[in-house]
Design a protein around this ligand. Structure first.
Ligand code: SAM
Length: 373
């Protein structure tokens, strides 16, 4: 049992609330299950993937593992890891790395929180199989309620051996060994052409909706011909960049910033903009909300807000993005939002941004335009 002080980890600067936690039983079980492998790992052998708020990386450093490469899809997770390292006076260098060959090159131990989507798992497993050392051991853990047989099957496509640990506190670890690199080109990002929109969507495994078009997004697109013709717009929480790309195409003089906190999203949005010949007017940035955008700098913001924080439904994230939009819009600028009608966001939009009118409503979604007061 590791004596790492898990209780001192925080989610900050991400949203903190009584029902949101900085670590879980899976983090502890992963560190315990991998303890022997970590003990014999040489500096630089160990890779961590999907570390929510730093528990795996900082827990492994606490077990004297050094030279860890860590990939966290969400920027707030990276910032929380760095903040917790500072507050725990952990000075060992952690390399934040993108999800690519460089992350896994010659790795011998991989610790991973299982992602929610099978596509994200497949992309990670394929990269490990192609680039890690032949003797690599992959420890992939999750909450049992979020795990399925299909996860074993995905790992079994890329590894000769996949075994499961005993369950502990409702978590389980899958251990994969004997990598089997696939022949041919890397399968990621995936691409799909949507003939009805004349749009190619590119998606890395962890990007929201993959190569599909979300039904809320699709409803917002019905109103695209009413977009104001303004010089600068932002697609806030851009995912694969569908809104940014189609807005740029609809308004040929418009410069669009596509912004998301997810590494998979921004990598996908960049590829989507390129595939549809608008990359010269779509600038893609990884950002937590609109932290890097100046006050009053945009005329138009498009938003299909998330309502999950990790696996937990939480309204705080939408409010945080409304706050950011209100700050970054110039007076008279517009926030276009699509939301699941039962969430009733209109009072929050009125309060935070300004007068809000309904553009449309169907059985499930509402599209509103809020004008910055
Ligand atoms: C409902 S999806 C919409 C994606 C895309 N705009 C679309 O319409 O398909 C919400 C997006 O918000 C992003 N997101 C969540 N929290 C964020 C934050 N704090 N800052 C920026 N983006 C965030 C997620 O990564 C996700 O891509």
């Amino acid at each position: 049992m590791t004596d790492f002080p898990f209780d001192r980890l925080r989610r900050w600067p991400d949203i903190e609330a009584a029902n949101l936690f900085a670590y879980d039983a899976t983090d502890k079980l992963l560190l315990e299950t991998a303890a022997d492998a970590l003990r014999t790992a040489a500096p630089g052998d160990t890779v961590v993937v999907g570390d929510r708020y730093g528990a795996l990386t900082l827990g492994a450093l606490h077990q004297n593992v050094s030279g860890i490469r860590t990939h966290q899809d969400d920027l707030s997770g990276e910032r929380a890891l760095d903040a917790s390292a500072a507050s725990l006076s952990i000075t060992d260098a952690v390399t934040h790395a993108p999800l690519d060959a460089s992350l896994f090159r010659d790795a011998r131990v991989v610790l991973m929180q299982l992602p929610r989507s099978l596509e994200a798992l497949a992309e990670t497993a394929e990269l490990i199989a192609r680039h890690a050392a032949p003797g690599v051991a992959v420890f992939a853990g999750g909450r049992i309620k979020h795990m399925s047989r299909a996860m074993n099957d995905v790992l079994a496509r890329y590894f000769g051996s996949v075994t499961a640990s005993l369950a502990q506190q409702k978590s389980r670890v899958l251990v994969a060994r004997d990598p089997r690199p696939p022949v041919g080109e890397l399968a990621w990002p995936a691409r799909e052409f949507h003939a009805d929109l004349g749009l190619t969507v590119c998606a890395h495994g962890a990007a929201f909706a993959g190569t599909k078009i979300d039904i809320g997004t699709r409803f917002l697109l019905e109103f695209l011909d009413r977009l104001p013709d303004v010089p600068r717009a932002i697609d806030l929480g851009c995912g694969t960049g569908v809104l940014a790309t189609l807005a740029a195409r609809a308004r040929p003089a418009m410069q669009v910033i596509a912004s998301d906190s997810s590494a998979a999203a921004v990598a996908s949005a960049q590829q989507t903009a390129l595939a549809n010949d608008v990359a010269d007017r779509v600038t893609v940035v990884r950002d937590d909300g609109l932290l890097s955008q100046p006050d009053g700098s945009s005329n138009l913001i498009l938003l299909n807000p998330p309502f999950h924080v990790g696996a937990t439904v939480h309204a705080g994230i939408a409010q945080k993005l409304f706050d950011d939009a209100a700050r970054v819009l110039r007076p008279g600028g517009e926030l276009w939002t699509v939301w699941n009608s039962h969430l009733g966001y209109r009072p929050a939009l009125e309060r935070t941004v300004g007068a809000t009118r309904q553009l449309g409503r169907n059985a499930k979604f509402t599209v509103t335009v809020s004008t910055k007061r």
